[in-house]
Ligand binder design. Sequence first.
Ligand code: KG4
Ligand code: ZN
Length: 342
Amino acid sequence: MTLIAIESSCDETSVAVVRDGTVLSNQVATQIQMHAEYGGVVPELASREHLKNLPHVAAEALRQAGVKVGDLDAVAATRGPGLPSALLIGYNAAQALAFVLEKPFIGVNHHEAHLYSPWIGGDPVRADWEGFVPSVSLIVSGGHTMLVHVEGILRHRLLGSTIDDAAGECFDKIAKLMGLPYPGGPKLDQLAERGNPAAYEFPAPLIHDPSHDFSFSGLKTSVRYFLRDRPGLLDDTGALCDVCASVRAAIVRVLVTKTMRAARQLKVSCVTASGGVTCNIALRRQLAAACQKEGLQLRLAVPSLCTDNAGMIAVLAEYKLNSRAGSETWLDEDILPGWHLG
Ligand code: KG4
Ligand code: ZN
């Protein structure tokens, strides 16, 4: 099957082409520079940018894949969750394409696509559905932090999620408090590499709580007061790097501790992680160390598939159309901006 997928849930316009599990192309146009001026994503600007970028991104994805529109067997798009006006652009374009081609259409859950992105990799990049189950899967992005029990492919159950800020949001908001450019997560991560993670002690919220839920807004508040009480501290590069390293250590400690505890409780053989924050160097390192210590397999999404991309949407869409009768979405079905995983 040759399938095209469109992702436009937030500030990345992405189009991918997949054929029989192999990702032939995965084009991403990011709007980060534009939103950086405002310190966060402006929904109206995001949708207008999707409208402008989509034809070019789609043309390039088809060109790179060596596929003509007439070769397509199916069309997919992100249906939710996400910014309503942004979702509508990619979803409606995909519906129109499916209508004209008279091919099946499927709307995909963005988090479910993140969840299964660790099963995609290699060279050429392709889906490999063998192994890595049962697993405890951590999804850490700008909008969500979740732990999921994956008993088999497409057999999953949400264990817990954040009750306030997501991990990526916490990285970004703290970076903003420190005067780092948006999105601050990657920048804070780089500076943290040069700092001492034990220099300052920040709270690790809910780390001892027996639930699988997360909370990060208290950490952000504690950093706000910490900086308020030490004006000028960040003018010193060494101190700046130490604060970054200490903040990162607190966030990563919570993520790794809770993931490993869930893995032990559920007696799984594997841990996976996906979403933008999975690019974090300390998170990758510490999950690797913890899994090695406990004799668990670890499968991290490859960095190019951690942040938002249509490749993960395409692979999941193709798997669903192939494996589940009735998984198509009717062309008159709406987007689902608040679509929960489950
Ligand atoms: O998955 P994603 O592209 O978008 C959502 O679905 O939300 O994740 C974006 C998030 C942003 O908050 C960004 O700061 C964070 O991932 N992120 C990082 C790193 N790279 C991206 N956070 C910490 N360290 C990183 N290296
Ligand atoms: Zn995402």
